[in-house]
Structures are given as structure tokens and as C-alpha cells.
Design a protein around this ligand. Structure first.
Ligand SMILES: Cc1ncc(COP(=O)(O)O)c(C=O)c1O
Length: 421
């Protein structure tokens, strides 16, 4: 990862670390010399842009969401909805979130006191961690984990503990014994993510029950990142808030970016008990106050539409199979995802022949070797952790690209499988 700026002038000797350094360190971006690296996502996307490689690294669609949603946003701009939206979010979007949760999961949510619209799921997650944890608390995530979860914990000064997802014949599964062992009396929060990025695992009812039992035993809050809630392939997505006794200790986070293919609009939300939502709102209002005024009514309309996400999930099933077949033909061992738009592929069989040590080296060389960009699993693990070691040869590819792009990527990757002469 490129070190961009030592920033040593910001750091007086003996001062200790500032929060940005804790944040960078938690996300694996702080170098020994005090410099900060760009994220692997930024590095790899820049690499793709520079070399013309196909970017299967960062997860964003190459086709926008529905035209009628775009038109709704354009109309909102023309109608003058261009000033600050209410801090909680526009009423029609809060109502649409409550209706969506009732319709899909039977959850009763009060749109006036139990919903908060945020600047993407990212802000909902970070504001929740900042609002409800402090130094000395422990926050548990799955490992591998989405990078912003670790960064938010670093920002708050809490201690990050993890429970591994382990690859096997049924996909990546939660190590429940490790989860129980990791949950000390100092556990304050569990940041869950299902469907899970980067593994594509959709947690089963039994796994969720194990998480719920730990949360209840330790009196911990659960913040659950469900941005891929509609992008599943046959597996049932179960919000942990629907388990007995969990609604009162759970903040459920989601976002329009993945469901409706408008990742750049950054309209997200959370819901949960009014006291927890009030705590998060208190922090959120001084982070951004509000955002995306004309996009909020457009997403309110979209949230009433169950056909668009259903159609997306159907085409994603085909795209998953297309990419998985290409990866297998190229020599990867694929762990077929049950949700999200990512697949984890084990490059063990390729690394030796290519003279490469691990997934990090492979991802650095992949643009030149095959004209494709991917992200190493190590980017989603704590440096040197047992999970980082176990997944050292794994890399993540996204399949949220058009069929022809995936076909071209598969053709290019097939070259990797040809024995070197
Ligand atoms: C698990 C997970 N959570 C949150 C986000 C970010 O969501 P948003 O763009 O709504 O902030 C992503 C984006 O990749 C993600 O994969």
C-alpha cells in the first residue's frame, strides 16, 4: 500500500496518538514511520484506472438504479427541495423505512422516534459506535470485517475484538465457540454484518441465536449492518432484531446504495429503540446534521418497490455463477456466496506456480498478469491475526458488473490457469 504523507509535523513527541492515528491504525493504514497509507480500495481502483484493468475490486455497480428513482430526485430538485432536510430525515423516508421493515420482517418501527436517516450506512455505523462506546469498552465484530467497522471502533477509542468466519463446505460459517470466548465482561457492542462483506455469508438462524445469546448475557448493544439485505441467492436474510428479546438492544442499519444501485447518493438509515436512536442522533447531528435532501424523497419512493431489488438479486445469481465458473477455470477454489455481490476465492493452487507469496502479492500483480483488479482478504483482517493467516491466500472479487465485463474478466483470468512454459 502506498505511503502518501508522513504527517510527522502534526505529531509532537510525547503527545501520544491522536484519534486520526487510532482510526488509521484500526483500519490497518498506519505505517511504522507514522505515515498513513491510502486504502487498498483506493489504491486498487487507481491501479485499474491507470492500467485499464477490469476493476472487480471495489463494489459499485456499472449500471445505475431505476430511471423513475432518478426522475424523482430530479423532480425534487426542481420543486425546490434543496435546503437542509430535517435532521432525522424527511418524514416520507422515515415512514418508508418503517413500512419496509414491517412488510419484510414484521418489525414494528415508529417512524417519528425510532428511525434516523443518515449519510449512507457508513455514517449510521460510525455514529452508533461513537455514540455508544468509549475507551475501555470492547466492541466485537466478525473477522474478516468491512473496513469502516474497524475504523469506527478505532475512532471511538474502544478495543476491537473479533470472532472468525471460517471457510468450509457450507460457505463461511461463524465460529460460535470463538465468539463466546471473545465476549468478555467488558463487551459493550457487537457490530454484526449479514449478508456479510467480504465472505458472502448469510448468517443462519442458529448463528444469529448464538450472537443474540452472547449480547444478552453481556448486556451488549447490537449494531447490525444489513446493507445487502435484499441481495441473497436462495438463503433467507434474518434481521437479528426479529429474534426474541433483541429488538430492544439492536440498531439495524441499511442503505439505498446497494439495494437500488445508487451508491453515490449516500442515503442510509438506522432504526431501533428510541433511546438508542436519540443517542446516535445526538452524535450524527454534529457530524453531518443532514444530507441528500432531494435524494431522500426519491429513495422513499424506491423503498416501496420490492420488484427492483428482487430483479437485481435474480441477475446477480447469474452473474455470481458466471464469475465463479471463470475463477474456477482459472485455478481458484471458490467459496460460492449466499449473498452480497462479492466472492472470496482461494488462490492457493495458483500462488506457487506464479511465484507469489500470498493474496496481497497476487492482487498487486493481477492487473499486469491478467488485466483484472481484486482485493486481498488481508484488507478485511487485523494484521497478523489468526484469520488473516488463515485467509492469506484468499482474494475478493465483485460481480456487480455487466455480464460482458464479467465474461471478459473470466477470459482474461483464464490465462492464469495456463501452465507457464
Ligand atoms: C458491509 C457494508 N456496509 C456498509 C457499506 C457502505 O454503505 P454506504 O455506501 O451506504 O455508506 C458497504 C459498502 O461497500 C458495505 O459493504
Amino acid at each position: 500500500m502506498a505511503i502518501v504523507d508522513p504527517m510527522s509535523s502534526l505529531h509532537s513527541p510525547g503527545r501520544g496518538r491522536d484519534r486520526w492515528q487510532d482510526t488509521a491504525s484500526a483500519a490497518g493504514l498506519l505505517a511504522d514511520d507514522g505515515g498513513v497509507a491510502v486504502t487498498i480500495f483506493a489504491e486498487m481502483s487507481a491501479f485499474a484506472a491507470r492500467t485499464g484493468a477490469i476493476n472487480l475490486g471495489q463494489g459499485f455497480p456499472d449500471v445505475d438504479g431505476p430511471e423513475y428513482v432518478k426522475q424523482a430526485a430530479i423532480r425534487a430538485i426542481e420543486e425546490g427541495r434543496n435546503q437542509y432536510a430535517p435532521g432525522d430525515g424527511v418524514p416520507e423516508l422515515r415512514r418508508a423505512v418503517a413500512d419496509h421493515q414491517k412488510r419484510h420482517y414484521g418489525l414494528d418501527v415508529d417512524p417519528d422516534t425510532e428511525v434516523l436517516v443518515t449519510t449512507g450506512a457508513t455514517e449510521a455505523l460510525t455514529a452508533s459506535v461513537l455514540a455508544l462506546t468509549r475507551p475501555g469498552d470492547e466492541v466485537l465484530t466478525l473477522e474478516p470485517f468491512y473496513d469502516s467497522h474497524a475504523a469506527a471502533i478505532g475512532m471511538s477509542g474502544a478495543t476491537h475484538v473479533t470472532a472468525p468466519l471460517v471457510p468450509g463446505p457450507d460457505g463461511f460459517r461463524l465460529d460460535v465457540a470463538a465468539l463466546r470466548a471473545a465476549a468478555s465482561p467488558r463487551l459493550r457492542m457487537i457490530v454484526l454484518n449479514s449478508p456479510h462483506n467480504p465472505t458472502g455469508a448469510v448468517l443462519t438462524r442458529d448463528e444469529l441465536a448464538a450472537v443474540a445469546a452472547v449480547a444478552q448475557e453481556r448486556d451488549a448493544i447490537v449494531v447490525t449492518d444489513e446493507v445487502y439485505e435484499h441481495l441473497t441467492f436462495g438463503a433467507e436474510h434474518i434481521p437479528i432484531a426479529t429474534l426474541p428479546g433483541m429488538a430492544e438492544r439492536t440498531l439495524t442499519v441499511s442503505s439505498s446504495g446497494k439495494t437500488f444501485s445508487f451508491t453515490g447518493w449516500k442515503i442510509g438509515w438506522l432504526h431501533g429503540p428510541a433511546d438508542l436512536v436519540t443517542a446516535v442522533r445526538t452524535v450524527k447531528q454534529f457530524l453531518t446534521y443532514t444530507s441528500g435532501a432531494p435524494f431522500q424523497p426519491a429513495i422513499a419512493q424506491a423503498l416501496a418497490d420490492d420488484d427492483t431489488p428482487r430483479a437485481l438479486a435474480a441477475t446477480l445469481t447469474e452473474r455470481r455463477d458466471l464469475l465463479c465458473a471463470g475463477l474456477e477455470a482459472a485455478g481458484f477454489t471458490v467459496n460460492r456466496p449466499a449473498g452480497t455481490y462479492f466472492v472470496m476465492a482461494d488462490a492457493s493452487n495458483l500462488l506457487g506456480r506464479l511465484g507469489l507469496r500470498d493474496g496481497v502479492e497476487l492482487c498487486r500483480r493481477l492487473p499486469e498478469l491478467a488485466g483484472v483488479v481484486a482485493i486481498p482478504a488481508a484488507a478485511f483482517c487485523r494484521a497478523g491475526s489468526p484469520t488473516a493467516k488463515a485467509l492469506a491466500s484468499h482474494v475478493r472479487f465483485t460481480f456487480i458488473k455487466r455480464d460482458e465485463v464479467l465474461r471478459e474478466a473470466a477470459t482474461r483470468l483464464a490465462g492464469l490457469g495456463v501452465p507457464l512454459s
